[in-house]
Structures are given as structure tokens and as C-alpha cells.
Design a protein around this ligand. Structure first.
Ligand SMILES: NC(=O)c1ccc[n+]([C@@H]2O[C@H](COP(=O)([O-])OP(=O)(O)OC[C@H]3O[C@@H](n4cnc5c(N)ncnc54)[C@H](O)[C@@H]3O)[C@@H](O)[C@H]2O)c1
Length: 339
């Protein structure tokens, strides 16, 4: 059994990591830590009393093989550096770090430990992303020339209605820009997918953006990337699509345009299809995320030492660097509207 501990018991730990670890054969969740005692105890209670520890010293005292760092980005550096001294494998949430130099420090420390340093790009493990990868490899729609990857949503809504029917600002809306805005927060998954699908590095990137709301960073962004293979990827990301609507909708889709057809995924209705000159192939779609698949891959890599296909720290560094530079470019280009 691979003994895993989770550092950080917030949203992503509760909806993603912990349920996935608990449902993966061959791994055991033996320790939780969070500096917030209320978060720690409520998470433990939610999952039938998982063991909690008040310090990382006691947490690591449980004989861990691997840790999951599911705390906010500003805490990832310290978390990974401590893990590196404890000789454990690491699965760290995205965005990997606050900047490139932090990521390089983390990677250097983990290289010395010789343990796996994976990044939480859970989109790679969705059956949707895997099917698209297979279609690309089989040349189902020829050579992929252009990608449109879109996620426009309302970040859980700006306002919430109270029992007395008044509206207050949603606490999940505030402070969310700390990690860098939509391109850094969600866009890194799309940047990673484009590199992984095409197996081709990004050689040039440009960005544009708009402030629909009064965010610290542009809240609706477009990123245009040229790959070495000649293909082009456009990523569109928004936190403010329908953010004040009483009946919000969102849109999540992948379009991969080949010289022999189009691969298409629409999260609405889980549409997943390949439209070619000969036929339209339709297969069952799924969610864009897959934490269970991510843990099965993490377990297999720990057992075998083979990290082929895993999103590693270097992939996290590349995606985060592109997303941050794009965001900074837009912020440098245009003053945020003040009124
Ligand atoms: N892969 C995904 O699909 C996905 C989805 C959501 C969030 N995330 C990422 O996961 C990370 C956490 O996001 P969240 O939404 O769960 O945040 P959150 O604010 O809900 O939870 C973070 C938790 O970390 C705890 N924490 C703070 N400092 C800590 C430390 N030093 N050590 C351990 N725990 C600490 C906080 O007390 C809090 O309970 C972020 O980097 C975010 O971008 C990834």
C-alpha cells in the first residue's frame, strides 16, 4: 500500500483529491494537515474521521510515501521544499508556483530527492482528453492545425441570494485573483493539454484581454500560441461570463481542427465526436476532469518508476510561465478600468 498524506483541506481536496484517493486501489490516505483547525476537522468528519495532525512534523511522522499539496499557490514552494527533505513523492496542485524561479527551486530540490514531482493537471486523465489524444495519434482527422479551447464561466457567481432575498457578494469570488486570474487559474490546464496532445512545444505566445468586472487581473482573456509543429492554439478563459446573471450559463469546449476533419468536445451533453470526410464518429463524453485517473497514474508511476505521460513539474512550470506572462502582458498593455 502506498501511504499518502494531504496538505491543505480546502475545496479541491474535498471535491477532488480525497474522494479519488479513497477510491483508488493500492493507495491509502493516512494523514491530513491544514493550518486551519476548522477546515481540518470538518474535512476529517466528512470522510469518516480520517486522521488529522496539528503540525507537519506529526503529519510526516506517519511514514508517508507520497504527499499531495492542495494548498494555495503561495504556499507551494515551502510545501514542496519540506517534502523534498522528507523523501516522499509529490503531487502538487496547479499553478505550481508564484513564478518561474520558485518552480525551478522546487524542481531542483525534488531532483536531489529523486522522487516523482507531479503536477495536478487532472484534465489530462479525462477519458475525453485521452480519446482526443488517441484520435490525434491515429490521424483520424489528419494533421491537427488549429485548436480552440474555451472555458467561460462565472466563477460560482458574483452574488448569492440570502434567505431574506437580498444579494451579497459570494465569498468564493473574493481573493480568487491571488493566483493570477483566469488564464493562470484555469488556463494552465488548456495550455498543458495543447502541448501534450500535439507533443509540440509553444514557441510564441500573444494575449489579449478585457475587464468585465473590477478584477485585479483581466477577467476575460484570449491566449494565442504557435507550436513548433506549425499548429496554433487559441485559449479563451473567463471568470465573468454571466457573473451577475440570475440564470447563469457557462461554456466549456475543445475544437481541434485537422486537415481531414474536426475533433469536438462540448461539456454540455458530454458531446465527443470526430467529424471526418468519411463519417462522424460519436463516443460517450465525460467530465473534463478525472482525479481518479490521475491517482491511478500516480500510483503506477510510484510502483514502476516510469513517469511517461505524467504531467511533471516541468510541465507545470511551462504552462504557468506562459499563462502568467500572457496575463502580465495584458495588464501592462492596458490600464484596468477604474470606474
Ligand atoms: N486541479 C483542479 O481542477 C483545481 C481545482 C480547484 C483548485 N485547484 C488548485 O488547488 C489549490 C487549492 O485550491 P482550493 O480551491 O482548494 O483552495 P481553498 O482556499 O478552498 O483551500 C486551501 C486550503 O489550504 C489550506 N492551507 C493554507 N496554507 C496551507 C499550508 N501551508 N499547508 C497546508 N494547507 C494550507 C487552507 O487553510 C485551506 O483549507 C490552488 O492552487 C488551486 O488553484 C485546482
Amino acid at each position: 500500500m502506498i501511504r499518502i498524506g494531504v496538505l491543505g483541506c480546502g475545496d479541491v481536496a474535498n471535491f477532488g483529491h480525497i474522494p479519488a484517493i479513497l477510491s483508488t486501489d493500492g493507495v491509502e490516505l493516512v494523514a491530513l494537515y491544514d493550518p486551519d483547525p476548522a477546515r481540518l476537522s470538518s474535512t476529517s468528519a466528512r470522510f469518516d474521521g480520517l486522521p488529522t495532525f496539528d503540525s507537519t512534523e506529526e503529519f510526516y511522522g506517519q511514514g508517508l510515501d507520497a504527499v499531495v499539496i492542495a494548498s494555495p499557490a503561495p504556499t507551494h514552494l515551502a510545501g514542496v521544499l519540506e517534502a523534498a527533505t522528507r523523501d516522499v513523492h509529490v503531487l502538487c496542485e496547479k499553478p505550481i508556483s508564484e513564478d518561474e524561479s520558485e518552480a525551478e527551486t522546487m524542481i531542483g530540490a525534488m531532483n536531489i530527492s529523486g522522487k516523482i514531482f507531479m503536477v495536478g493537471f487532472c484534465y489530462r486523465f479525462s477519458p475525453v482528453a485521452r480519446q482526443i489524444k488517441q484520435w490525434i495519434e491515429e490521424g483520424t482527422v489528419g494533421k491537427i492545425r488549429a485548436l480552440r479551447l474555451i472555458y467561460i464561466w462565472n466563477l460560482h457567481g458574483r452574488y448569492q441570494q440570502q434567505p431574506d432575498h437580498s444579494w451579497v457578494e459570494n465569498p468564493r469570488w473574493a481573493g480568487r485573483m491571488v493566483e493570477g486570474g483566469p488564464m493562470v487559474d484555469c488556463g494552465v490546464h488548456m495550455i498543458d493539454l495543447s502541448r501534450w496532445w500535439l507533443e509540440s512545444e509553444i514557441v510564441r505566445a500573444a494575449a489579449s484581454g478585457a475587464w468585465v468586472a473590477d478584477y485585479e487581473a483581466p477577467d476575460h482573456m484570449w491566449l494565442n500560441m504557435d507550436h513548433r509543429c506549425g499548429a496554433h492554439t487559441n485559449v479563451e478563459m473567463s471568470f465573468t461570463y454571466c457573473h451577475t446573471a440570475r440564470e447563469p450559463i457557462n461554456h466549456f469546449s475543445y475544437h481541434l481542427i485537422g486537415d481531414g476533419g474536426v475533433l469536438r468536445y462540448d461539456r454540455d451533453g458530454y458531446v465527443l465526436e470526430a467529424r471526418t470526410g468519411q463519417e462522424t464518429i460519436r463516443v460517450p463524453g465525460a467530465s473534463e476532469k478525472n482525479f481518479e485517473g490521475m491517482y491511478a497514474a500516480f500510483r503506477d508511476a510510484i510502483r514502476s518508476g516510469d513517469t511517461t505521460g505524467l504531467p511533471l513539474a516541468q510541465d507545470g512550470l511551462i504552462a504557468t510561465k506562459i499563462a502568467r506572462e500572457a496575463t502580465n502582458l495584458v495588464m501592462g498593455d492596458r490600464a484596468r478600468p477604474t470606474a
